[in-house]
Design a protein around this ligand. Sequence first.
Ligand SMILES: Nc1ncnc2c1ncn2[C@@H]1O[C@H](COP(=O)(O)OP(=O)(O)OP(=O)(O)O)[C@@H](O)[C@H]1O
Length: 282
Amino acid sequence: MPENPVTTRDDEEPVLRVTGLDVHYGIGRKRHRALSGVSLEVAPGQAVGLIGETGSGKSTLARAVLGLVPAGGGSVVIGGEDVTGWSRRRWRAFRRRGVVQYVFQDPLRSLDPDLSVQDSLAEPLLLRGESRGAAREQVLEQLERVNLEPDLLPRLPGELSGGQRQRVAVARALVVRPRLIILDEPVSALDAANRVQILQIIKDLRDAGTALLFISHDLGSVAGVADRVAVLYQGELVEEGPAGVVLRSPRHAYTRLLLGSVPTLHAPSASRQQRQALRAQL
Ligand SMILES: Nc1ncnc2c1ncn2[C@@H]1O[C@H](COP(=O)(O)OP(=O)(O)OP(=O)(O)O)[C@@H](O)[C@H]1O
């Protein structure tokens, strides 16, 4: 457990507050713990980067925050509402209000393959009771924000490139002006040019006051976007702090191991021997 959870500035009520979250998968002898006592907060206009190796529980945390897997213990509070243990029906209504939105690595998971770009973007607005005219206007506005041309509006997701699809997924998340966006590996499947552009859109969102939980394997992307970084190891948060501090001078042996195996960051890549020595300390 970290000494302190990821905390917000004193004067700002966090948009997301996760406290002592436990998540289990499976039943009986197959039951195993994927998250254990995880606590973190994200304030308005703050981007918290969540890093950790494969299987450490990053996506589970995203899914638990979005009500897609149940919490076995602890609580999740979004926009001041305790959403822990809500029924699917209550979650559906809450998602429609647009407080929280998400973008996954594979945009086909965030988008309905049978809905055109126009319908996909307008749907959350129409569900909220907005007129077709008002919805159309906002759709065009968000499309421009993600650098897409209106001539893509009649197309289905399967008729777009990967980069275009991810932009549509981001635009769909933005169209309801959410207070919190969960981004789970949003740029991992994109080429370098698309990655840079999507990361810029994400940074603009943060600067406009949206709270972001940004999950990524790519520590370079995290370094570019996150104000704070939280490190998950085997379902526990082992380190958190300002991005510059955690990524440049990590305290925990696991974070050093994680950073040491990534040659693209500031620190030189750790040798195999160093990594083995670090792993022995865990
Ligand atoms: N639906 C599921 N049923 C059973 N176990 C699961 C399920 N989803 C994930 N797990 C297990 O929970 C643990 C955490 O998985 P999770 O997908 O959250 O990791 P992750 O850090 O997001 O990994 P990656 O970076 O590879 O996406 C892993 O041990 C995984 O095998």
